[in-house]
Design a protein around this ligand. Structure first.
Ligand code: DC
Length: 230
């Protein structure tokens, strides 16, 4: 069967990554988390003193972009994708609330985006991938054969993020998370370059009241329909 590109975009904490990962496993495709790449750049900034009091030293980051190498490795036990920053496993560190608070700002920078987009296109060269993010169906792969735009209410998303952070041993504050979700929505939707928006030809998926199983059945049905057509 001909391989396609599956682009999954949508708001933060919609469960996009979990969904994209499970879909990739189901259809035998590779999974790429584009948000993890922006998070890794943010972590690099934090570790190298390029962020002070919430402000990014843009020129210093521009000068050091060539020191940032992001790759993905499969976890030998779970098979899940691990984000590597300069050959170091940073999968845990890039998910902290500190990184979440800064990442949208880093992702507005044109030179960061163009570098990430180039790498993302390279990952899709042979097709057979599922990539999730904000601009995958609009900018990175505008010709992707399957595009899904995921949404859920801000409260549902904040609760999911709260549960996720609690499960990994953090002690999060729900209101702080809700505020972060709303702030990121605003920055992601209003930024000048590649703002978060549904591609005209994307399928809309509101998963506020859907179980993971219902969601997967819906995705597989769409995938089967689209791969039959192409
Ligand atoms: O999906 P995520 O929450 O891990 O993404 C982190 C941030 O990166 C998010 O606030 C917006 C940004 N992002 C982006 O601008 N473009 C993408 N393709 C993916 C993520």
């Amino acid at each position: 069967m001909k391989k396609i590109i599956i682009a999954i975009d949508g708001f933060s904490s919609c469960g996009k990554s979990t969904m994209a990962k499970a879909l990739a496993r189901n259809v035998g495709y590779l999974y790429f988390d584009s948000g993890a790449m922006y998070r890794a750049v943010t972590l690099f900034c934090m570790r190298n003193g390029l962020i002070t009091n919430g402000n990014i030293d843009v020129e210093a980051l521009r000068a050091r972009m060539n020191e940032i190498h992001i790759t993905f490795k499969a976890d030998p036990v779970s098979g899940n994708s691990i984000t590597m920053l300069n050959n170091e496993d940073v999968e845990h560190d890039i998910r902290s609330l500190e990184v979440s608070k800064m990442v949208s700002q880093v992702a507005t920078l044109d030179f960061v985006r163009s570098e990430m987009i180039e790498q993302q296109r390279e990952m899709g060269k042979s097709k057979g991938i599922v990539m999730d993010g904000r601009d995958i169906g609009t900018t990175v792969f505008p010709n992707a054969e399957m595009k899904v735009f995921v949404t859920a209410s801000a409260e549902v998303r904040a609760q999911r993020r709260y549960d996720e952070l609690t499960a990994r041993g953090d002690q999060p504050n729900y209101n702080e998370i809700l505020e972060n979700v709303q702030q990121r929505d605003h920055i992601d939707q209003t930024r000048e370059i590649s703002p978060l928006k549904k591609a005209d030809d994307a399928l809309l998926l509101d998963n506020s009241n859907m179980t993971r199983e219902e969601q997967m059945n819906w995705l597989i049905e769409m995938f089967n329909k689209l791969t039959k057509e192409c």
